[in-house]
Ligand binder design. Structure first.
Ligand code: FAD
Length: 496
């Protein structure tokens, strides 16, 4: 049996581990943190649970792609889903005016054209384009046929705003349609329209929160991997990928243990990978290219515990903006922060009446907390605590402007900053979703699945895309380097 070492136990590492162990490889997953899951981690404070990363998933209704993937990964029994409001899974709010996104193409076009009647035909054209791009991805649509290269290539090189400007006359509608852009940290003139199309299609098909928190996804995958004989070690960070003149031979952990490997799969941020890889097989130009790919922005998170039976459960994701545009919230002056926020309740049980906890996310740059870089959680000092308090209160005031009653329903709150994400996931600059998609960089902005170390493969959110679908699609591409793609598709179609 070939030995595979996987670095990182986030969704990327666990989903690769599941597929490879199932297909006869001997898998060992090494995780730096004491808890597995990466961005699937949740934590308890004050008796309630909070999600740190993944909050909701799409396309997971019976027969849809994510549902089939979850079946294949043996998750459907352990991972219970609760549908967000089908008439408004996302709510976009600009300075007093709100718009809701319903599931389904027809409902979406009807509901949007009720507010923008002159754009009805354009909305139909927009949706047809979104569908065409999403189904052009063989994996998103679960077929192994050749990709519709024309659709995927063209819209990987055109920005979201350029395409929307061409499709619609109404500026407000253009802004509404990208109102959920914090889900992919889109930037004006940079992020490809294809990214917008994948996310829009994914959540428009169906949208669900994970009952009890998204950590159950990690636990389910980990249980299955262990049951099949795979090993997962938390608290064993990889410090070095050991190579001979031609290939990787194993990895060394921070506690100086050597794990031999026939294959190594890294799911960590490429900047972290380069730190572990001291071999002439990797050229300096490749190293500097990977290090220079820009990252998506980081964020400040406000984790709120509500007073008991006070805050009605909000079955929608709420995106609030200070002005009438969602763009450019990552560029702010200190006085302007926060320009926007994403507010979500934790789904602690099926059909909850009241929320026990929720999270408010707002973009924040690492530069804002750079003076505390190098310190560790719980030991960053009083200045840092004061920084967090001031920003939490500003964020609470901003949410209160949109949703009166929010502030008075708070029992207690906790916060995290870009430094927290850096510490918990190792993602460069605490970036939310890893490397950014940027149309101006073309192939130079992509992280490859393979390297010049022939038995070192890459997976995780930086290779294909972030999120439940983006990471799993990347996992399948990476695993196809070791298992014939046709066999993998067949397995997913038969078991999914
Ligand atoms: C705030 C936030 C909200 C999000 N919301 C959603 C959402 O609602 N829906 C959705 O689909 N997606 C969402 N995402 C994105 C999604 O959670 C991620 O894209 C996905 O979970 C990333 O998985 P990954 O395995 O690629 O990376 P990670 O989860 O970052 O895992 C990488 C792992 O590698 C470990 N590691 C790093 N260095 C080493 C080392 N040297 N040795 C061993 N281990 C190491 C890290 O500790 C980590 O556990 C969100 C992300 C964030 C941050």
């Amino acid at each position: 049996m070939s030995k595979v070492i996987i670095i990182g136990s986030g969704l990327g590492g666990l989903s690769c581990g599941y597929i490879l162990q199932k297909n006869g490889y001997e898998v060992t997953i090494l995780e730096r943190n004491m808890h597995i899951g990466g961005c699937l981690q949740s934590f308890f404070r004050g008796g309630v649970k909070f999600e740190t990363g993944m909050h909701f998933i799409g396309s997971a209704a019976q027969g849809q792609t994510m549902h089939r993937m979850m079946n294949y990964f043996g998750m459907t029994e352990e991972v219970r889903l609760y549908a967000l409001d089908t008439m408004g899974y996302d709510t976009i709010s600009f300075a007093g005016e709100s718009f809701r996104f319903p599931n389904g193409e027809e409902a979406f076009v009807e509901q949007m054209s009720a507010s923008f009647p002159r754009e009805k035909d354009n909305l139909r054209r927009y949706f047809a384009l979104v569908k065409r791009i999403a189904s052009a991805s063989t994996l998103n649509s679960l077929t192994s046929k050749e990709r519709d290269l024309a659709a995927s290539t063209e819209y990987q090189t055109r920005s979201i705003n350029e395409v929307l400007d061409e499709l619609f006359d109404d500026e407000m509608l253009r802004n509404v349609l990208v109102g959920n852009l914090p889900l992919y940290a889109a930037e004006l003139d940079k992020t490809p329209f294809s990214q917008h199309a994948y996310i829009t299609d994914f959540y428009n098909q169906s949208s669900f929160r994970v009952v009890g928190g998204s950590d159950v996804i990690a636990l389910s995958l980990a249980n299955s991997i262990r049951k099949m004989g795979g090993r997962i070690f938390a608290g064993r960070g990889v410090s070095r990928i050991c190579c001979n003149d031609t290939q990787a031979v194993g990895v060394e952990t921070a506690d100086e243990c050597f794990f031999p490997a026939d294959y190594v799969i890294s799911t960590v941020h490429p900047a972290r990978l380069m730190e572990m890889l001291d071999t002439k097989l990797i050229r300096p130009a490749f190293r500097s290219r990977l290090r220079s790919i820009p990252n998506t922005t980081s964020c400040f998170s406000l984790y709120v515990k509500f007073k008991e039976n006070t805050m009605p459960y909000l079955n929608t994701n709420y995106y609030g903006y200070k002005t009438s545009t969602p763009w450019n919230c990552e560029n702010y002056t200190e006085a302007e922060w926060p320009k926007g926020f994403l507010y979500m309740h934790h789904c602690h049980e099926e059909a909850p009446r009241y929320a026990r906890s929720g999270v408010v996310l707002s973009y924040m740059r690492m530069a804002d907390v750079a003076s505390w870089k190098g310190t560790t959680v719980g030991h960053r000092g009083s200045g840092y605590e004061e920084f967090k308090r001031i920003h939490a209160e500003r964020l609470i005031r901003r949410v209160e402007e949109h949703l009166p009653g929010f502030a008075s329903a708070i029992d207690s709150y906790y916060t995290s900053t870009p430094l927290t994400y850096l510490e918990y996931t190792g993602t460069e600059d605490g970036s939310m979703y890893g490397v950014a998609k940027d149309i101006s960089l073309g192939a130079a902005g992509r992280v490859p699945y393979r390297t010049k170390v022939p038995n070192l493969l890459l997976a995780g959110q930086n290779t294909n895309s972030h999120g439940m679908m983006g990471v799993i699609v990347g996992t399948i591409v990476t695993c196809s380097e070791l298992i014939p793609a046709e066999r993998l598709y067949k397995q997913i179609l038969e078991n999914g």
